[in-house]
Design a protein around this ligand. Structure first.
Ligand code: ZN
Length: 305
């Protein structure tokens, strides 16, 4: 299924439409991480595909208005419908890789992950459906989370592992040739969501206007990690698409409280304080100069006419 196809403003050097593949752990992650970047590239005529590792079956209901027995009883189906709605809002294609959500383990000591869940799998095996997606879609750019998962959810960490494995194996013609012709993805990125510089900037913008910042407590407990901050190579300007991101996020009604944390910072203030989404370039086969402001730097050329 394809969203509305925009005329392409840029293409690769063979005149092909630009293709971007995001790999995400759960339905809703595509809308909370890098979604304004997605919306911007879709508006510029790129094809964007999201591969969703799990069905989000073990996610809690995080919106009090949706915390009802009938919703809980049908959570897997409801999350598929929410994903469909978000997919249409973002104008993307989306595929399910078919793994089972591990849930976020809680307690001390942490309980073991449910048997057979995504977080327990061997990445060398679990990368196979993603290798097939990469070889079929042939992305110019692929994104995933950093090796720590962006935040320590076992499915997010496994998402990183299968993405890196698929990135490497998809290019090897001897690796499972039945999964399609080898494809070398030119660039691989890790997403950086609410990192310290960004959170500090938004917090400062809120307090300087006399508004109550939702980040007060989080910042107080935040241990600075300059090494992590310094990893950002690429800041994609996408402030005008924050509104699309928010609509996609709200489509995941079981996961997002429209009155909650995410929506306490006015959009204009976010656009002013931090109008980019930020990424780390971790592999590239094309020449590019860092820092970048475009995931397709070194790949995209303007379409003539
Ligand atoms: Zn997730």
């Amino acid at each position: 299924m394809t969203g509305v196809i925009q005329p392409a403003l840029r293409a690769d050097d063979r005149g092909e439409r630009l293709r971007l593949l995001h790999v995400h752990a759960h339905p809703d992650d595509e809308s909370s991480k890098g979604a304004a970047t997605t919306a911007r590239y879709v508006a510029e005529g790129a094809e964007v595909m999201v591969a969703t590792c799990t069905g989000g079956e073990r996610g809690s209901i995080l919106n009090p208005n949706m915390d009802r027995p009938d919703v809980l009883a049908n959570i897997a189906e409801i999350r598929r419908q929410e994903m469909d709605a978000a997919r249409r809002i973002l104008g993307i294609e989306q595929v399910w890789l078919g793994f089972v959500d591990s849930g976020l383990p809680e307690g001390d000591p942490l309980p073991p992950l449910p048997e057979g869940s995504f977080g327990t799998l061997d990445p060398e095996e679990a990368c196979l459906p993603l290798v097939e997606v990469v070889r079929r879609f042939r992305p110019h750019v692929m994104t995933t989370y950093d090796e720590r998962g962006g935040y320590p959810h076992p499915d997010h960490i496994m998402c990183n592992r299968i993405s890196v494995a698929a990135y490497e194996h998809a290019a090897d013609p001897d690796f499972h040739p039945e999964l399609g012709a080898a494809w070398q993805v030119p660039k691989l990125y890790y997403s950086f969501g609410f990192h310290l510089d960004k959170t500090t900037a938004i917090h400062g913008a809120m307090t300087s206007r006399g508004l109550k910042s939702p980040y007060e407590e989080r910042l107080r407990d935040w241990k600075p990690d300059p090494e992590m901050e310094n990893r950002i190579t690429t800041r994609v300007p996408c402030g005008e698409y924050f509104e699309v991101r928010d609509r996609a996020l709200i489509a995941h009604a079981t996961q997002i409280d429209p009155e909650g944390f995410f929506f306490q910072v006015p959009l204009e203030l976010q656009q002013e304080a931090w109008p980019t989404e930020d990424w780390e370039l971790v592999r590239t086969t094309v020449a590019t100069r860092l820092p970048e402001d475009d995931l397709f730097a070194g790949i995209a050329v303007p379409v003539a006419g």
